[in-house]
Design a binder for this molecule. Sequence first.
Ligand SMILES: [Zn+2]
Length: 68
Amino acid sequence: MASVKRYQIFCHKCRHQFAIFAAICHTVDVARWLKDKADAHDCKAHAEFLAKAREPRPINPLKLSKKS
Ligand SMILES: [Zn+2]
């Protein structure tokens, strides 16, 4: 039985490294599996996540005025 291991995946398209926990069967080519996971990376979603994390949180004047 395969045990769960932590695999580091690196996406060359958006240069993002992430970890995946998986139990890979010994019949699976790990190098190929890692490449498949990197190819399957949702670069667009990640880019949007980074953009959101970077932008300063806008203070919503409408919400503030409603509270008072
Ligand atoms: Zn990517």
